[in-house]
Design a protein around this ligand. Structure first.
Ligand code: BGC
Length: 756
């Protein structure tokens, strides 16, 4: 590899470039390229979508994607990939994506997106991984590591709190500090601290009143100062509001080109003294740093289309989730009576979502073709499309044909899903249901055949409670990428064993979901009123039944969990705990299991969710094989974000460790006691008597001050004392007979707090 990083001499360029030239470098040159400067040896580099495949547009590029892009492997989008719970697979997919970028001379792939699935209606949920930040962060870290191992950059997006498409360019997401730190930021934090993505893309929306692109707290204090980010911050396409404020906040590169508007704004602000040249220099250094890094990329003539298709198929095999399988109806036996394959999606697969991530695939596998091939000469196959994908109304003739096929078949495989128009970047879904005409078809088929298997294709969760009784098995395929069709056939036939686990809860009813009443907001404001309680955190807190819980997924084999051993490796204020157990494949097929570790902080001084995913491991086992699994939990597994200290705090006490096959299938539990950090909130004059008494030094002072006084008798009185002790001491200090005055109290509070 030739290291050309040194050829771009950043300090020298900063010294030589004029302000105008520097400001120009902070703007794109068109939709997808940065500004180059041949005379200074600064090449232009290309940043383009992503994330589950390369979308490099041919000439006449337009960011809306109306122009075709070069053929590229379409891997499963994040909604599918997430169900693999397999960061190592993500890394391999990432490396393949990196190679495709090298072959297309692309410096930065714009992804992955790690926004939380706050509402099941978010139109872009198919591009996001999970409702859980640890899972999303772990998977995205794998992807970024893989892509960047090829000296191709990534763009972690959309930073931050972009959890809906309605008004996405202007909406003000009002999220409290603790919720941001515990739910909406940790996936970004994990990827930044563990994989240093070359770029981070700021979101369009406002966060607590300030556009992400102008949010210094977000782009500088959190991202760079707290997390140690070293790369470049790029705007989402068109996310810049006021360019000078954005530079000051820490937004380095504006994309796409603003045709000189941004440059003028920067130059004027520096001249007016409202923007420092140091801020401009810092942004330019980041742009040049990115350009320099990208020059280390070894070019590639072409990529291995077949190998990447095979990898896309492997990823699809891991991404599908077997939700139910009554009476072991799946896998389908190779020999037997006729099989009816019903539903247009079997022939015309839906394998990715719409918008900027839409890839032009190198080929497309259909489940129908794969099933026909596999069953040829063994079982008769009857196909009936049943419906037109985008049609609103049922087509009676198509339904009749499907019912006829089902009537004569031994088993009916019914391929249902969301039409492409239901979910896309740019708008949110209106409901969580499958189209009514598809459900009517299912009803008609189930009336003549009791062996119904439903295969789903949907980028975001659909409710199943209204119809799942009609199906003996459901295979949730999410969106499985270009090889999803053949992967689905292999899973149905048992050539591969399903191992996907839900990365999001499937609620019984839409009305149960956490964002109800607070989504998508009103008058340009969306209030994250459910706070920490998104996804399973919400359903658990409200003890709500769900159709399928977070982490759920069946297999053609079974697994036993045993010998849980929880060891404290470090009992400091930043503890580390090792969770060990044995997993055994107790069935007759080889398969993979995802062991999940949830932690509960039962006695906390703040509200803690019922349980939170803190670790997981995927193991592949042959029948009868056992394996020891070790999962290490670091301090963050136990910490909460203290809004008093503005820091992570592990509060001493006992924590339950729950190990299971899903969030609601806990197989082993243990308790661990940790010393943690002393949490002594600072005292002030308006702290209550109870707060003083709970404080080691404040309590000692108050007890002494009250000893033998009438007020003391009142405060410790059995009947009325509790009410009295809830009064702030400054108010009590003014009551008749108070044994201390306001200044003595202030001194005591300051002294107690200073020593804390
Ligand atoms: C999307 C980004 C995308 C960019 C470039 C924006 O509208 O939000 O995810 O990377 O366009 O296409």
């Amino acid at each position: 590899m030739t290291d050309t990083t040194s050829r771009i001499d950043i300090p020298r360029l900063l010294a030589e470039l004029s302000l105008e030239e520097k400001a120009a470098l902070l703007d794109g040159s068109d939709f997808w390229n940065t500004q180059g400067d041949d005379s200074r040896g600064i090449p232009a580099i290309m940043l383009t979508d992503g994330p589950h495949g390369l979308r490099k547009q041919a000439e006449g590029a337009d960011h809306l994607g109306l122009n075709a892009s070069v053929p590229a492997t379409c891997f499963p989008p994040a909604a599918g990939l997430a169900s693999s719970w397999d960061p190592a697979l993500m890394q391999r997919v990432g490396a393949a994506l990196g190679d495709e970028c090298r072959a297309a001379d692309v410096a930065v792939l714009l992804g992955p997106g790690v926004n939380m699935k706050r509402s099941p209606l978010c139109g872009r949920n198919f591009e996001y991984f999970s409702e859980d930040p640890l899972l999303a962060g772990s998977l995205a870290t794998g992807l970024v590591t893989g892509i960047q191992s090829k000296q191709v950059g990534t763009s972690l997006k959309h930073f931050a709190a972009n959890n809906q498409e309605t008004d996405r360019m202007t909406v003000d997401a009002q999220v409290d500090e603790r919720t941001l730190r515990e739910i909406y930021l940790p996936a970004f934090e994990k990827v930044v601290t563990e994989a240093q993505p070359w770029t981070v893309m700021c979101s369009y929306n406002k966060i607590n009143g300030v556009y992400a692109s102008e949010n210094r707290w977000l782009l500088t204090e959190v991202l760079r100062e707290d997390w140690g980010y070293e790369g470049l911050v790029v705007s989402d396409w068109g996310a810049v509001n006021e360019r000078d404020k954005a530079v000051a906040a820490g937004l380095d590169l504006e994309m796409p080109s603003s045709a000189g508007v941004g440059q003028r704004r920067i130059v004027e602000a520096v001249a007016a003294g409202t923007l420092s040249e140091e801020s401009v220099d810092a942004a330019v250094a980041n742009v040049l740093g990115l350009v320099a890094k990208s020059q280390n990329r070894e070019p590639l003539d072409s990529f291995d289309v077949d190998a990447h298709h095979a990898l896309a198929r492997e990823a699809a095999l891991e991404s599908a989730v077997l939700l139910k399988n009554e009476g072991g109806i799946l896998p389908l036996a190779a020999q037997g009576g006729p099989v009816a394959v019903i539903g247009e999606f079997a022939r015309t697969p839906r394998f990715q979502g719409a918008g900027s991530s839409q890839v032009n695939p190198t080929r497309i596998d259909s489940a129908l073709e794969a099933l026909e091939l596999a069953l040829l000469g063994k079982r008769e196959l009857l196909f009936a499309p049943g419906f037109e994908i985008e049609a609103d109304a049922a087509d009676d003739a198509l339904v009749a044909e499907a019912v006829e096929a089902a009537r004569t078949a031994e088993v009916a495989l019914v391929f249902l899903g969301l039409p492409p128009s239901y979910e896309s970047e740019g708008y949110d879904r209106e409901h969580m249901e499958l189209p009514a005409q598809q459900l009517a078809l299912l009803e008609a088929v189930a009336a003549v055949n009791e062996n119904v298997v439903v295969v789903l294709s949907n980028g975001s969760a659909v409710t199943v409670s209204g119809w799942e009784g009609r199906a003996k098995a459901i295979l949730e395929g999410w969106l499985l990428g270009q090889a999803g069709g053949s992967a689905t056939a292999a899973l149905l036939l048992g050539e591969a064993n399903p191992s996907g686990k839900l990365a999001e809860t499937i609620p019984v009813r839409f009305e149960d979901n956490p964002a109800i009443g607070n989504f998508p907001g009103e008058n340009g404001v969306v209030r994250y009123g459910e706070g920490l309680l998104i996804g399973y955190r919400w359903y658990d807190a409200h003890a709500l039944p769900v159709s399928y819980p977070f982490g759920h997924g069946l297999s053609y084999t079974s697994f036993a969990y045993s010998e849980l051993a929880v060891d404290v490796l470090d009992d400091s204020a930043s503890p580390r705990v090792r969770v060990g157990l044995t997993v055994t494949n107790t069935g007759r097929a080889a398969g993979a299991e995802v062991v999940q570790v949830y932690v509960t902080d039962a006695e906390a001084s703040v509200y803690r969710p019922e349980q939170e995913l803190r670790g997981f491991a995927r193991v592949h086992l042959e029948p009868g094989q056992s394996q020891t699994v070790a999962i290490e939990l670091d301090s963050r597994a136990f910490a909460f974000w203290s809004t008093a200290a503005h820091a992570w705090v592990v509060e001493g006490g006992s924590f339950d460790i729950r190990v299971g096959a899903s969030s609601r299938d806990i197989r082993l539990t243990d308790t661990v006691t940790l010393t943690g950090a002393e949490i002594t909130p600072p005292l002030a004059v308006d702290s209550t008597a109870d707060q003083f008494l709970a404080h080691p030094r404040g309590g000692a002072w108050l007890r002494e001050a009250l000893a033998g006084t009438e007020m003391g008798a009142m405060l410790f009185d059995e009947t009325h004392g509790r009410m009295m002790r809830a009064i702030p001491l400054v108010r009590l200090s003014r009551f008749p007979g108070a044994p201390f005055d306001e200044s003595a109290l202030a001194e005591a509070a300051a002294l107690a707090s200073a020593q804390a």
